[in-house]
Design a protein around this ligand. Sequence first.
Ligand code: M6R
Length: 614
Amino acid sequence: MCGIVGYIGGRPAYEILIKGLHRLEYRGYDSAGVALMGEGSELNVYKTRGKVSDLERFCSSKDISGTIGIAHTRWATHGEPNDVNAHPHVSRSGNIALVHNGTIENYHVLKEALEIEGCKFHSDTDTEVLVQLIEYVKEKNKCSLIDAVRGALKEVVGAYAIGVVDTTEPDTMICARKSSPLVIGIGENETFIASDATPIIEYTDQVVYLNDDEIAIIQRGQPLQIVDSDNLPAAIDIKTLRLSVSQLEKGGYPHFMLKEIFEQPRTIQDCIRGRVASSGDEVSLSGVTENKERFINANRIVIVACGTSWHAGLIGKRLLQEIARIPVEVEYASEFRYSNPILTSNDIVIAISQSGETADTLAAIQMAKKCGAFVYGICNVVGSSIARATDSGTYIHVGPEIGVASTKAFTGQVTVLAMLAMAVGTLKNTVSKETRFAVAKALRSLPSLIKQALRLNDRIEKLSSTYTYVHNFLYLGRGYNYPSALEGALKLKEISYIHAEGYPAAEMKHGPIALIDHELPTVVIAPDDEMHEKIISNIQQVKARGGSVIAIVTKGDTTIKEIADHVLEIPMVPECMSPVIVSIPLQLLAYHIAIKKGCNVDMPRNLAKSVTVE
Ligand code: M6R
């Protein structure tokens, strides 16, 4: 979490940095700050608790001149969110300023050692230790900033992406990374650094993704240099971004989340493009074709992911087991990494991550690779750490997801998992021709079915008023839609702060039924599938105890209409693809309830989009 951005070039840095911070605010938004080096090399550091807009207000009467600067938007790990703990942090002499994304795990030890040397600390952060350490190394060794940064980083245990400036070397900016992302944008006589490419795209599409343990030396008017931790030159691999500024804007919607919900007909079209034939039953993924033998011979698949991506993984399990007949386990990446897993070279680990930066998922990948497993990634962000750490994979191609609550990434992940199951099932000959045709057809029709489901928006908006002041919600689903219930509950709690639990409907009688009364609404996901009759009984059980029911049903379902309080009709879709369509009303319900409660849906409290800490 946390977003960093930096600029060196000929333009005023402040505007570029602030705009960049706004783009990165999804990574954290509890405090923000900027350090600018003006003419005469004085360092102006401004920081404040709150969002980037608070920082802008704070800076409105300040000297914001300078063509070199670094900036930060924070998601607190060490030290409460306040002005002092906000970044940039500055060294004892006031010469060096640093922004940091990550966690310095051994900061206690380093801090104690520096205190013995006379360093005084002002904040509770791990980051301040790093900037003091850099200055200590610089003074002790009478060396340049780059040597000091390299020396200091050798002492550090943990994760970091950093940007550093120094008034004694006013035309230099240093950045480095280990386990936290950092992108360098190369413009004409100007260079940008950022946690992802979104602050850069407006100025250049030429970028370099810094690798772990690399340090970049960016000097005004000089070509970019990258060295490794032993000071040996590293290759500079310039990539061209495929991203547009319009993808990063709200496009007339009041919130990114609503924009992203409504984008889904197009994003799913982009996701299946070139992968599902326009007619017939062919579904192909290059990642599968290139690794045919691996998939054919796989003993089992282990899916690792967190949050919403983990829910997609649960759906993927059913798809892969049913269509490709490979046993699948789904693990929280955070648990898997500490579970001493048993993996062999015949196992495939599938890592699912929208951001491609989730620390726990990355660590799980590293562990799987150590065990010799083949690791396949399903990511959205092109060039992200997970995309680069995996052996092969498939991008979901749904475009930048900025709202903290994942929406279009979830439907993209499920769609990719369905295509993966189909591609592998076809290779293994475990799927009948009829099923292949039906699933390929369903995949093709997803964009238009999503469009139909989006028509529920107005209805859900009205309905949401009834539930604004409710304290708890229960979500029930079965089979493919048990994970949909988990996902619906997660969406509601993360943006509206209403407690919600998802359950397999049949489990209700083993405990949760005790909660039901007139104050607890239940969302029941009840499309017309194998479990339909059984889920109707669950609805009856809720109703018999005075609970109210919002049911998501297949169009034309008259039985449930008679018993549920509210019915949201979705179009008919084969069961295995129904989570994609079901998720539309669930996303809209969470959105509208949160809006009615006055919550900030794009930046819910305590959350960050990209969870790069443990
Ligand atoms: O970027 P990832 O998919 O790895 O992120 C995993 C979770 O942090 C993420 O899905 C989180 O649960 C979302 N806020 C859910 O909306």
